[in-house]
Design a protein around this ligand. Structure first.
Ligand code: ADP
Ligand code: DP6
Ligand code: CO
Length: 319
């Protein structure tokens, strides 16, 4: 059954940034995310006489095709399937810019693969399969808030929905400062992270940070959620700077955006930031402040695209 499958990207509030097993994509920590409504990927798997991958209408031949087919061959082997495939995918999100394209991409691809071979899998199984393509994709099976429990092996490492229809007033402004592909993939960045002397202490805090974030969500406590998310992101980026060799995804505009969030907050308008493996910044705020925050960002970053988002849905089958 050739179906187009849609998956939305998710942004981690408690981040996954380190692997216990690179091949199986088993993480060193549990993570918690918010699925977005405006960024998503549509993917279709169709019959073909050779393996081909099309992204945003153009055929890919390099490492991104390699990653897709390495993944599909793992799925075929696991699930006892064969044959050449043609993958057609469209990203409604900048690709490889730190805006989580791999989360929607591999969730949609896992869904499209199962649809093509008419495999009936539960969302838990689909989350495990998506995880093998990109860890963050395990969480994009679900809408709202999702938790990826790290587990101890392939069977126990998957995501589940914490709250698919949150009542919390939480808006996310994606500030696109640079839409170009990052200099170092998430896979590459997180493989270097454990060399930081702060990595183990950070890991030791994971359960505590996850529990505090879960409580903030259950309490509908926006302030606490924002404080915890900002701290967790800063911890991740501090680890990158202190790794051996050290590196950072920040660009001058990233620092300027951090400073603007701090300035707006000091003026009494509550907002927080989180940043992933890329230079772009996501602002967490409440609906009543979206207009004013957007105005201030537009005036300081004339060339930035700002996308206002809230909670998005889980995976869906379009036709
Ligand atoms: P991001 O911050 O965008 O998630 P990553 O480094 O985690 O960046 O992953 C980006 C990689 O994911 C791309 O280089 C490509 O290999 C893969 N990718 C992105 N979009 C798609 C897609 N729609 N279909 C298949 N693979 C994709
Ligand atoms: C900073 O899921 O993209 O966005 O498993 O190697 O594909 P791979 O990595 P990926 O890493 C995401 C890192 C992050 C934090 C997060 O989404 O949890
Ligand atoms: Co990614």
């Amino acid at each position: 059954m050739e179906k187009t499958v849609r998956a939305h990207t998710n942004i981690a509030l408690i981040k996954y940034w380190g692997k216990a097993d690179a091949k199986l994509r088993l993480p060193l920590m549990s993570s918690l995310s918010m699925t977005l409504d405006q960024f998503y990927t549509d993917t279709r798997v169709v019959k073909s006489d050779q393996d081909r991958f099309f992204l945003n209408g153009s055929e890919q031949t390099g490492s991104s095709k390699q990653r897709v087919f390495d993944y599909l061959h793992v799925l075929q082997k696991r699930l006892g399937q064969t044959g050449h495939l043609r993958v057609e995918s469209t990203n409604h999100v900048p690709t490889a810019a730190g805006l989580a394209s791999s989360s929607s991409a591999f969730a949609a691809l896992a869904g499209a693969f199962c649809a093509y071979y008419k495999l009936e899998v539960s969302r838990k199984e689909l989350s495990r399969l998506a995880r093998l393509g990109s860890g963050s994709a395990s969480r994009s099976i679900y809408g709202g808030f999702a938790i990826w429990q790290k587990g101890t092996d392939d069977a126990s490492s998957y995501a589940y929905a914490l709250d698919e229809k949150p009542k919390l007033d939480l808006q996310l402004l994606a500030v696109e400062l640079n839409q170009q592909p990052k200099f170092l993939s998430s896979t590459g960045g997180m493989s270097q992270a454990p060399s930081s002397p702060f990595f183990q202490p950070w890991l030791a805090r994971n359960q505590e940070e996850l529990a505090a974030m879960t409580k903030a969500i259950q309490d509908n406590d926006f302030s606490r959620l924002g404080q915890l998310a900002e701290l967790n992101a800063n911890e991740m980026h501090a680890i990158n700077l202190t790794a051996a060799p050290g590196f950072t995804y920040f660009e001058p505009a990233t620092i300027a955006a951090i400073k603007l969030v701090q300035k707006i907050r000091a003026s009494g308008i509550e907002c927080y930031y989180t940043i992933d493996a890329g230079p772009n910044v996501k602002i967490l705020c409440q609906l009543k402040n979206v207009k004013e925050i957007t105005k201030q960002f537009v005036s300081e970053f004339e060339n930035a695209k700002i996308v206002m988002q809230s909670f998005g849905p889980g995976i869906s089958y379009l036709d």
